[in-house]
Design a protein around this ligand. Sequence first.
Ligand code: PHE
Length: 459
Amino acid sequence: MSTVTTGLARGAWTSRAGFILAAAGSAIGLGNIWRFPTTAGEYGGGAFVLVYLGFVLLVGIPVLLAELSVGRATERNPVGAFKALVPGSWWPAVGALGVLTGFGILSFYSVIAGWTLGYLWLAVTGAFSGALSSEESGAIFQQLVGNPLLPTLLALAFLVLTALIVRGGISGGIERASRILMPAFFVILLILTVRAVTLPGAGKGLEFLFTPDFSEIHIQVVANALGQALFSLSLGMGAMITYGSYLQKRESLPIVGFSVALFDTLIALMGGVLIFSALAFAGAESTTSGPGLVFVALPTIFHTLPFGTGFAIAFYALLAIAALTSTISLLEVIVSYLVDQRGWARARATWGMALACAVLSIPSALSLGGSPFFTRFVGEVSFLDLMNIVWGNYSLSLGAMAICLFVGWKWGVRNALAEIQAEGNRFALAPLWSFLVRFVCPLGVAAVLAYIIFNRQYF
Ligand code: PHE
């Protein structure tokens, strides 16, 4: 059995380009422009980037295909998908973990996304029109994020925007928005990146990002690279199961999957190049970083461009939109679960969950000075960092491992391949993919998690 139909009237993507853009919209977001440079900065630069690229190829792309095949075969949300394929087993718990993880990620993601709205406002008011030193830029950042109220309100605003689109359903809201906005984001990013690498000093930043120092590779570099590869491709929590469930049978999952992975990785690398060139130009130390890295680095280069303020406005507007296409996919996982499995009305599920998430976002919003308690929640680790590590690294890793075990050993690669090769679609790398999903991915992820648990090196 490789195909199950739900009998529920569900939306579908109207075209392949529409789907690729929407799935790429889920993948491309703050993970590329904020999380990738921040994590690379914290964990050794070039060494991290190298391990990250390895994980994208060996774990990310195989898991992406696995998720898309489960989604399209069942046309259901993550919990319903497992239920349909193996009724009466505990496998749906993997889907449930995914729904929970989506909630956890959305709660802190919306805070960072809220900062982009704050920065958009700062750009509009001309705050970045003149030359700024990295200290001045840092002060602007701290003033925004250290405010006890503003970050919470901005996160709430962002969740409301997300809910408005998710409320509209699949091709109406999500697809239409992605089609126009993702290409625009790419163009602005490209212009900024080209400008950044041609600034004096940029070479030092590039060196940091692309010269791996192998002595830097320790378990936290590996664990974070794995988490980042999954986070950036929206894997390990069923987002791609959900998106795959709206995909038509005639589409080639390998083509779709590779395209999404390629775009996503390219944009992460561009984000890294942009940020570290800007940092080097501003004379800041690459390795002293934190969640503010991107927000401090970028404003120092806008004045070097003609129409700098215009660029700043366009960049923050489009970054907010890139984040929005990601938060949409996070909320969509939760909503499709409640609608399909629990029979909630779409509007109720959307608004109820967005508001619940807004409440959980408060401690994260207070994590950069707003409240000393949440700023140093566990030792030096803030509540926001904790959420980021627990949901963004560990929960996604666990979920990805479970999905590989499921597709590799329970549902079986044969069924998955029948779905991937449906309607005459070709997949030349099928044997390699099967090997990766059955052995390399689950064992690799298990080894990383086991090492961390045995050595208690959680952060
Ligand atoms: N991939 C998104 C980003 O890079 C974040 C995300 C993670 C979205 C997991 C959905 C699921 O910003």
